[in-house]
Design a protein around this ligand. Structure first.
Ligand SMILES: Nc1ncnc2c1ncn2[C@@H]1O[C@H](COP(=O)(O)OP(=O)(O)OP(=O)(O)O)[C@@H](O)[C@H]1O
Ligand SMILES: [Mg+2]
Length: 234
């Protein structure tokens, strides 16, 4: 049997063997650093399907990812990585925590170019913003690897903006995580779903922002299903 090695708010991680993990997406949704938590039947499968769809699309377009395969339900198999403990956020429009630190900017202002920012992954510290100097000095990433993270994140943004744009969808912002494989390659990891991307359809969120703003878990799952239908995700 596979061994549970980690449980987060959205997913459980199991060790399959030395090189591979299984990530299981929970039928739950949380907000406010986990303070609000609700059962969300069907969400795990929809988010796993989104992650599989976007990771496959990125791989086909030259982005190296941890993704190996989706079981058709709530689990994906991925390459086991040594994770870089940062979250990379790419922003096309002013929203979320950007507006909290820059309240003088009007919500949904389109940036002149995509912004890339880094946060330390730390629930206790509430994922503080890091400068590039901070993360290099702390030894979280080397200078060349940091440049690769930035280049890859911008490439992912171009690819996702293009794909979603073809379906009449707007990508406001999204979060990425990266890790190193045993042979030292930097790979895109974790998930790409409505939990980690803000996507608008005619001004309406098809992402976790709905739940953050007070919608029910049932309505959130409906929005994830709508996104999957629009994108032709099974
Ligand atoms: N390929 C991978 N190899 C190793 N760890 C991974 C890989 N992909 C994702 N992870 C890690 O698996 C975990 C997934 O769990 P989950 O997202 O639920 O929790 P979390 O990110 O730690 O915290 P939160 O509950 O705030 O999301 C994360 O810690 C993520 O960094
Ligand atoms: Mg997470």
């Amino acid at each position: 049997m596979v061994e549970l090695i980690y449980e987060g708010k959205a997913k459980r991680v199991y060790r399959l063997n030395d090189d591979e993990l299984i990530i299981e997406f929970k039928d739950e949704v949380t907000a406010l650093d986990g303070l609000r938590r609700e059962a969300a039947a069907g969400k795990g499968r929809l988010a796993a399907a989104q992650t599989a769809f976007f990771m496959n699309y990125l791989e086909r377009n030259g982005v190296r990812t941890h993704f190996i395969n989706w079981d058709g339900d709530r689990r994906i198999t991925v390459r086991a990585l040594r994770m870089v403990p940062i979250e990379v956020i790419v922003r096309n429009y002013a929203y979320g925590s950007f507006l909290r630190r820059m309240p003088m900017v009007k919500p949904l202002t389109r940036f002149s170019k995509p912004l890339v920012e880094f946060h330390l992954k730390s629930d206790e510290l509430h994922d503080p913003l890091l400068t590039t100097d901070d993360l290099i000095e702390a030894g979280l990433l080397g200078r060349e690897d940091l440049q690769e993270v930035i280049n890859t994140s911008l490439k992912v943004n171009d690819l996702l903006m293009g794909l979603l744009g073809m379906h009449g969808l707007t990508l406001l912002d999204f979060k990425l995580e990266f890790g190193f494989s045993r042979d030292g390659r930097l790979l895109l990891a974790d998930e790409l779903s409505g939990d980690t991307m803000r996507i608008l359809k005619e001004g309406r969120h098809l992402d976790k922002e709905l739940f953050r703003k007070g919608a029910s878990a049932v309505d959130l799952v409906k929005a994830y299903a709508e996104l999957n239908t629009l994108l032709g995700i099974s």
